[in-house]
Design a protein around this ligand. Sequence first.
Ligand code: PPS
Length: 331
Amino acid sequence: MFHYRRLSRGEVERFETPYNENLLEVHLTDWPVDGSDDDDSKWLPSHCVMPSRYCQFAERIRNLTVYEDDVWIVTFPKAGTTWTQEMVWLIDRDLDYETAATVNLQQRSKFLEMFTFVSKMNLPDSIALVEEMPRPRHIKSHLPVALLPQQLWSVKPKIVYVARNPKDVTTSYMHHYKHIHGFEGAQQDFLDGILQDKIIWCPQVKHAADFWHMAKNRKHILFLHFEDMKRNLMGVLAKVCTFMGKSYSTEQLERLAEHLSFENMKNNKTANNQILVTQAAEAMGRSSDQFKFMRKGEIGAYRSELPVDFSMKMDELIREQLSGSDFKYRE
Ligand code: PPS
């Protein structure tokens, strides 16, 4: 069951967007679920901030039928989801570049909760679209452990989780929140919202720490870091192949690494997610030329884009929220 706690009026006014209204915290009240181990009985996964629209769909998502041959990509927003979706899809589908070049990644790897948090855009029922996908399904979600379908932990499909340094995530999310979610507030408001865990999908650090906790005793979860993908993509590809039970030659993996490079992803019309920018721009009556979804793809972009005091406060928040956990972000 879920319990909903509204943010204060002032917080809602400061942190909501015209498309993500009436923010509230979604708290899970009944953990452990079927498939949790003993360690989980002393542990409760974190709540999550969502627009009030989400409440209508929370139980439907929690009770979604999960299949053993599903492949789930789960991340906090802006952690490298799209990059990982393309990587995992190709590895799983025998490097089928032909289909990847003709069918948009949004169709190949569907975003489960897409329509549950967006008002005013009249999006199709994304949960039904996932239910109707032919198996084996590839599914994307930003939901944290507490809000995901509970059968994930008993049916045990493959789940790939990706974490990225929260300062870079925040930088990337700041642009995304403005250009795609339509946030009209000041940059400082957004940064305060992140530090106070009041922007949708927050708390950010707990999102990763909870998955780290879940991944420890579960072989069906692979935990990746954006920074490792950036610094040693070939190493990550080897790991993902082993996890997916696939084997490719060095040449095939080199070609895949090339396909997944930032420049190639940026220019890849079926995988660069620019379609999302266009959809959002149309809804907001703006030009879609203002924003590139594949923006910089760097480690450490926060250094030139965010104020130094944000970085210090984020260090403090990370220290606080990871106390008692052995999870560490890459720098
Ligand atoms: S979303 O909206 O949550 O699904 O966004 P997500 O795909 O998680 O994150 C987008 C950021 O990932 C960067 N990206 C890459 N970086 C390096 N190499 C490759 N190939 C790559 N593909 C995507 C993308 O540029 C966004 O980060 P920023 O920092 O904004 O550039």
